[in-house]
Design a protein around this ligand. Structure first.
Ligand code: A2P
Length: 282
């Protein structure tokens, strides 16, 4: 297995099993160089979002890489500014234009319950979903899905969706395992993508992980990403540091035993928890 290996989504599209995250990569040289390095070391799946403010830099790095579009998988996300169908249609076109792409492989509703329409999230999500379905029919997007959704947000969407969501991207790392939601995703043919797979760095200091990493001759980050892959998640590690971008890609030359996995499973809650999407705005 390597970075180019794929999962098959429930709509038959293929998605590389590890992606490169760009949340908190600053627009301009920082995001540009990070994505450029990621593509050089073999990542073929890049995850961005309108609200990250870096789509233009991500798009420029993709273009300059010279890699065939069909060999790349690019995800972006619809922000909370889109409350109705027309807003979403416009924002999809704007993401495409900033990325310099004529299609996105995956496009997600970024947040299930935006503040301006709270608590009427079901109506808002149904509206923007219509625009996302239209964009799929128009060839602007290949697959659509959600991010930060819980079962209570997904159930009403599944009722009205003509084109089903295929991915739910949520925060997952050893400290934030969201087991019930992962189970829900599985039962509804939603691939679980794991953002902040390193707990935005907070997980890396846990002594249990340092010992495990030493045993395997790997870094703590590599052990944590390997755990994510062996759990069947699709991790999206973020880094703007070339050596780390490379390091995070080298997770296919070792295996965690069931005891190792159980030890990491036991770290729930030790380095942060998930935010409630109905009480926070992102
Ligand atoms: P940086 O971008 O400065 O290299 P997550 O993917 O969970 O959001 O974590 C991202 C954070 O973890 C960033 O602060 C990133 O720093 C840091 N990070 C990413 N990869 C590694 C690594 N291999 N070792 C240590 N820190 C890392």
């Amino acid at each position: 297995m390597d970075l180019k290996d794929t999962f098959m989504l429930s709509n038959g599209e293929k998605i590389p099993r590890v992606g490169f995250g760009t949340w908190q990569s600053k627009d301009g040289e920082e995001a540009y160089q990070a994505v450029k390095t990621a593509l050089e070391v073999g990542y073929r799946h890049i995850d961005t979002a309108a609200v990250y403010g870096n789509e233009a830099s991500v798009g420029r790095a993709i273009k300059d890489s010279g890699i065939a579009r069909s060999d790349l998988f690019v995800t972006s996300k619809l922000w909370d500014t889109a409350l109705a169908k027309e807003d979403a249609a416009r924002e999809i076109d704007e993401s495409l234009s900033r990325l310099g792409l004529d299609y996105m492989d995956l496009f997600l509703i970024h947040w299930p319950n935006p503040l301006p329409t709270r608590p009427h999230f079901a109506e808002r999500n149904a509206q923007v979903w219509r625009a996302m379905e239209d964009a799929v029919r128009a060839g602007k997007i290949k697959s659509i899905g959600t991010s930060n959704f819980h079962a209570r947000h997904l159930l009403p969407l599944l009722e009205v969706a003509e084109i089903k969501p295929v991915v739910n991207q949520i925060i997952i790392n050893p400290s934030v395992q969201q087991k019930e939601l992962v189970q829900f995703n599985q039962e509804h043919d939603l691939l679980t993508e794991a953002y902040s797979p390193l707990g935005t760095g907070k997980i890396l200091g846990l002594s249990e992980l340092t010992e495990l990493a030493e045993k395997h001759g790997k870094s703590v980050a590599q052990v944590v990403l390997r755990w994510s892959v062996q759990k069947g998640f699709l991790p999206l590690p973020k880094s703007v540091t070339p050596a780390r971008i490379r390091e995070n890609a080298q997770i296919f030359d070792f295996t965690l035993s069931s005891d190792d996995m159980a030890l990491i499973d036991g770290l729930q809650g030790l380095a942060g928890t998930a935010r409630n999407p109905d009480e926070n705005s992102h």
